[in-house]
Design a protein around this ligand. Structure first.
Ligand code: AMP
Length: 268
């Protein structure tokens, strides 16, 4: 049985006295196999699994796609039931923000680069809601996708720097057979745009190991047909690249849809 919970009171009653391990998977809905992969991994470990579905207005800029963000609650609940979720917490904006928060989490320097540079306020809004949802669900462990690699990195930093004690598990990106990373925003792509969007995953996999220059040149070559926001090569914690394991990250606009993707690479 999957409980559908909308208020803080219902959530508190569901949680009851704490026993066993609670896991949470936070989503903005429009669930796909990427989200299902997080749910399945969490389900295999925790005693009590909560999924949250909440489109967080605090992390959308004034010109971004808050209003057109897809909302597919019935289908989402079906996926949660199929994955054995114990409770889906799907609050309204008023439940999460009874007042507009005047205190927000400062993402620090790692939040100022890459997506943080292109989307001012995005990561402060994201960390603020993740902090609230971790507290509200009393989660011991939370699962996040590597698809949003900077988000995952910042959440790990927040939990470390603010002594939150929650375990954070990162889950590899689920892709379509042709390489496109699954994303709720892919539904906005026309067939021609979807074809162009394949450039992102092609770029990330063009040169899995080589010098920094070789990796960036091979990736850049694949990205000629898209409106590139950034292509960046960093160390695994998003610091300056050094020889060894590294991360290649890309953001681009295809039509009106902004897409991000990333992959591990090895720098010689
Ligand atoms: P979202 O609903 O887009 O906010 O994503 C909710 C969670 O699912 C985040 O932790 C994402 O990183 C993760 N996620 C989204 N797409 C994928 C994917 N293709 N593979 C794995 N995880 C994903």
């Amino acid at each position: 049985m999957t409980a559908v919970i909308r208020t803080r009171g219902e959530l508190a009653s569901f949680l009851g006295p704490l026993s066993g391990e609670t896991g949470v998977v936070m989503t903005m809905g429009a669930l796909h196999s990427g989200h299902a992969s997080l749910l399945r991994l969490a389900r295999s470990r925790v005693d009590r699994l909560i999924a949250t579905i909440f489109v967080n207005p605090l992390q959308f800029g004034p010109t971004e796609d808050l209003d057109r963000y897809p909302r597919t609650l019935d289908a989402d609940l079906e996926i949660c039931r199929a994955e054995g979720v114990d409770a889906v917490f799907t609050p309204t904006v008023d439940v999460i923000y009874p007042v507009t928060p005047s205190v927000r989490i400062d993402p620090g320097p790692t939040g100022a680069i890459l997506d943080g540079a292109s989307r001012p306020g995005h990561f402060a809004g994201m960390l603020t809601v993740v902090h609230k949802l971790l507290r509200l669900t009393s989660a011991d462990v939370a699962y996040f996708g590597e698809k949003d690699y900077q988000q995952l990195t910042l959440i790990r930093q927040m939990v470390r720097d603010l002594d939150m004690g929650t375990e954070i598990v990162g889950v590899p990106t689920v892709r379509e057979p042709d390489g496109l990373a699954l994303s709720s925003r892919n539904r906005f792509l026309s067939p021609a745009e979807r074809e162009r969007a394949l450039a992102l995953s092609r770029a990330l996999h063009a040169c899995p190991a080589g010098t920094a220059e070789e990796i960036l040149a091979a990736a850049g070559n694949e990205l000629k047909g898209v409106d590139l926001d950034y292509l960046a090569l960093t160390d695994p914690l998003l610091g300056p690249v050094v020889p060894g394991p590294a991360r290649l990250l890309v953001a681009a606009r295809v039509g009106t849809t902004r897409l991000i993707d990333n992959a591990p690479v090895e720098v010689h």
